[in-house]
Ligand binder design. Structure first.
Ligand SMILES: C[S@@+](CC[C@H](N)C(=O)[O-])C[C@H]1O[C@@H](n2cnc3c(N)ncnc32)[C@H](O)[C@@H]1O
Length: 217
């Protein structure tokens, strides 16, 4: 209990000492929680602020996001785009497209974000771009496939981020106690550990973000 309260306090403290959510993101967070299934999927205040900071640090020209949901992380990631920068985001669920577009417009990002609707594995090969930053946040069982599909489209020095790589801590359980998704996340982490073309760090923010930097073709 003491430990639980301590981490609750620490999490509050961390959010209190992170710039507040801007009004558009806070409204999007609220509407997602009120109206949309599985609002836990939304990146949220802290992770959104981290993605936004990365984007400002990198100043990417081309970003690919796999897993748009209601657009929270897309809006955060788009904040540091260069003047001529553009973000492509893919989701299989067309029902969220209009709500997401409304918030893209509210955030003043109309024309800077393209929403692609369909299976990511079919859309990725059609994108004729060189990406500075990729954020993988869709169906867990396909992370390794998405990594392979995007790798050649990322420039040397570019980054591939993947969300939920700790899968609520399940990745450290014995395999027989892991869910299918946790197994897929562990396989993804192993795959990256064995890939000599990257440098990587597992950042323990929220559910774990794997940050990989491409160093070789
Ligand atoms: C965790 S949510 C994304 C959350 C979002 N990045 C954020 O931070 O707010 C995962 C999304 O992946 C989408 N998805 C699942 N399987 C997919 C697939 N095969 N292709 C494209 N999108 C998929 C789901 O519809 C869902 O909206």
């Amino acid at each position: 209990m003491g430990h639980f309260l301590h981490s609750l306090n620490i999490n509050n403290y961390i959010e209190n000492y992170t710039s507040p959510e801007n009004p558009v993101l806070s409204k999007l967070n609220r509407e997602t929680n009120l109206k949309i299934e599985l609002p836990i999927m939304l990146s949220g205040h802290l992770q959104g602020a981290v993605l936004q900071a990365f984007s400002h640090m990198l100043r990417p020209r081309r970003i690919l996001e796999i897993g748009t949901y209601t657009g929270y992380s897309a809006i955060c990631l788009a904040q540091g785009l260069t003047e001529d920068g553009h973000l492509h985001t893919i989701d299989i669920n067309e029902e969220l497209q209009d709500m997401c577009f409304r918030y893209i417009c509210d955030a003043g990002l109309e024309g800077r974000i393209t929403q692609h609707i369909g299976r990511a594995e079919n859309i990725i090969p059609e994108l004729d771009e060189v990406f500075d930053l990729v954020f993988i946040d869709a169906d867990k069982v396909n992370y390794s496939r998405y990594y392979d599909q995007v790798f050649d489209k990322v420039r040397i020095g570019g980054f591939i981020l993947a969300d939920n790589v700790l899968y609520d801590g399940e990745v450290v359980l014995p395999p027989e106690q892991q869910s299918k998704n946790a197994k897929a996340m562990h396989a993804y982490n192993e795959k990256l550990r064995n890939d000599p073309r990257i440098e990587h760090v597992l950042l323990p923010v929220r559910d774990g973000i794997m940050i990989a930097r491409k160093t070789k073709e």
